[in-house]
Design a protein around this ligand. Structure first.
Ligand code: SF4
Length: 380
């Protein structure tokens, strides 16, 4: 039977925590509607045009990548029967009519077993099965797509509204076929900006399955009604929101207040840094956002934009991410204590000292603030 080759380029480069949903839909459609055999290609050499013509074993090959930094070690342009897709190749253009999946594929049930053989191989070579829960235990989809915010770092920057995308039934795994997929995660860009958010949540709740939104939700749009609804649902894991800009403080607090009345579990906010600037001001604004979250007993998750690499304080960004993104450290140690715990001669301490020497006022304001004191610095 004719075969379709599927390549998840992110997976083959550094590995990813999540399966590629577009590839799963494409594989589902090609298998169920067009009758092809589907193979997830696990080794670029199988189709490397410089090593023969292995690519001819496939009727067609589809390569997708989400991240632009994903490396592809072979020359795809030499493979005639190949199509590329995804934001890693086309960035904001990935959703344009020439690059997106046709509607009948976009709205097809994902082939949830696409990665099974790959996972078996990984486990056989000693990788812990727990690494693959996001591949194996969930139904995955977009109930809505789009956003209203136009953030300049985001793939949705050309978008101006949120629209209904898929009914939950479109991607809800049949438990007879996939008994382990008892949970749901969603890739919606900004569910809280969707005017009919409540009908979407009602649909999710009606499945009886626990769910979570994997993109940081927009806390600026939180209301009592939304907080009550989300907190009353079976929500998986921490609640995650975004706090991308310090200048949004007023709106973030306006949303956090009703939210925290209902949230009984940990609330975490993504803190984007290193995008707008990479100097002391950006670092000070990052610390300020962390301090606000400490005050409200929320946990930060530092997201370094790739531009941080240009910073003279690259090491400080790394330190901040290591300190904040490990809540056990973050909740018990100030930034200074965290750095000191790495050892006097560690690179962590070197970065901390350098920044403190050059910006003593910023260090004095933030190095000793503590989560357990609501962001305050202990009196000496
Ligand atoms: S709010 Fe989120 S999804 Fe919307 S444009 Fe900004 S980063 Fe993108």
């Amino acid at each position: 039977m004719a075969k379709i080759g599927i390549v998840d380029a992110d997976l083959l480069d550094r590995g990813t925590r999540f399966p590629n949903l577009s590839l799963m839909k494409l594989a589902g459609y090609k298998e169920k509607v067009e009758g092809y055999t589907i193979e997830l290609i696990e080794d670029w050499d199988k189709i490397n045009p410089d090593n023969g013509q292995g690519y001819e074993d496939y009727e067609h090959i589809y390569v997708a990548k989400v991240f632009d930094f994903t490396q592809i070690p072979i020359n795809l342009d030499k493979i005639p029967n190949l199509t590329k897709g995804g934001t890693g190749f086309f960035w904001v253009e990935a959703s344009s009519p020439s690059h997106r999946l046709p509607d009948e594929i976009e709205h097809f049930m994902p082939k949830y077993d696409l990665y099974d053989q790959f996972i078996e191989h990984e486990i056989a070579r000693g990788i812990k099965p727990g690494k693959f829960t996001d591949y194996q235990e969930y139904s995955i989809g977009f109930t809505t797509r789009g956003c209203i915010r136009k953030c300049p770092f985001c793939v949705n920057q050309n978008c101006d509204h949120v629209e209904r995308w898929s009914p939950v039934s479109e991607f809800l795994a049949d438990l007879e076929e996939y008994p382990n997929r008892k949970k749901i995660y969603l890739w919606d860009d900004n569910i809280l900006a969707f005017p009919q958010w409540e009908s979407v949540l009602n649909e999710l709740i009606a499945t009886g399955r626990p769910f979570s939104f994997r993109q940081g939700m927009d806390i600026r749009l939180m209301t009592e009604a939304k907080a009550k609804k989300i907190c009353g649902a079976k929500y998986i894991g921490d609640y995650t929101f975004a706090f991308d800009n310090y200048k949004d403080k007023k709106y973030i607090l306006r949303g956090l207040k009703p939210w925290l009345k209902y949230a009984k579990k940990q609330t975490r906010l993504y803190i984007l840094c290193g995008f707008k600037g990479q100097g002391a001001l950006d670092i000070a604004e990052t610390f300020k956002r962390i301090q606000i979250l400490m005050e409200y007993k929320c946990i930060p998750y530092i997201m370094r934009h790739e531009f941080y690499e240009k910073s003279p304080y690259k090491g400080t960004y790394i330190n901040l991410a290591r300190w904040c993104n490990q809540p056990n450290f973050f909740k018990k140690k100030s930034y200074r204590e965290y750095c000191e715990a790495n050892g006097e001669n560690s690179s962590t301490m070197r970065y901390a000292r350098k920044f403190e020497e050059e910006h003593p006022h910023i260090a004095a304001a933030f190095y000793d603030m503590r989560f357990d004191m609501g962001g305050k610095t202990p009196q000496k």
